[in-house]
Design a binder for this molecule. Sequence first.
Ligand SMILES: [Zn+2]
Ligand SMILES: [Zn+2]
Ligand SMILES: [Zn+2]
Length: 220
Amino acid sequence: MNRIKISKSRQRLLEFVDEYIKRIGFAPTIREIVKGAEISSTSVVKFHIDKLVSAGFIELNNRNFRNIERVHLPVPNIYIEDLSHKVCNRCNVNKDIKDFYKRKGYPIAICKECTNEDSRNHYMNNRPHYLEYMKKYRDSARQEALTHYGGKCNCCGETRHEFLAIDHINGGGCKHHKSINGMAIGIWLRKNNYPEGFRILCHNCNMALGFFGYCPHKTT
Ligand SMILES: [Zn+2]
Ligand SMILES: [Zn+2]
Ligand SMILES: [Zn+2]
C-alpha cells in the first residue's frame, strides 16, 4: 500500500469534502471548506487542494475549484501527519517548521519572517509612543533610586533632583555602565534590588571628587 504523507488539515479537508458530497451530492465551495474544515483562509484551502490534486486525492473539473471531484480510486488509507512543514497564515508559503516561532511548545500561525516584519512595523508605527513610554519608565526608576539612596547629595545636602546623580562609591562607573549595555542606572538598580555601593552626589561635588580627589566642601 502507498504511504503518503498528509497533514492534519489536509486530512480534515478530505474528510469534510467526502462527508459533504455524501450529504449534499456535489462538492462544497472553497468558502464552505474554509468553515467546514477549519482552515484559516481561502488561499490556504486552494494551496492544500493544489497539493491534494498533485498527490492524486482530488480532481478538479475544468480546473474549477468549485467543482472538486473527490477521487476515490487509489486513495491510500494510511494518513501520516506531516509535522515538518506548515503554511504561514500571512504569506501562505509552506515552510519548514523551524521557520516558525513557538508559543507554549506549538508553532504559531505566522512564520518568523512575517512575525519579524510585523514587530518592525508595529515598532515603527508606534515609535513616539515607545520612546515616551521608555522616558517615563527611566525617569520614574531614577526618582525611585534617588529616594532609595537618601534623596540628597551625600556631601553638600543638595536635594533638587536635577542636580543629583547616582555615584559608584568605589568608582568603576564607566565599566559598570558598559557591562549593563547602557541600561539606565536607575533601571538597573531597581532590577537589582538597590545593592550597596551606591550613593547620591550632586554634580558639583561629584565633579570636584573626580578632578581633584576631594570635594572642597570637606576641606573648609
Ligand atoms: Zn510568512
Ligand atoms: Zn553636593
Ligand atoms: Zn561637596
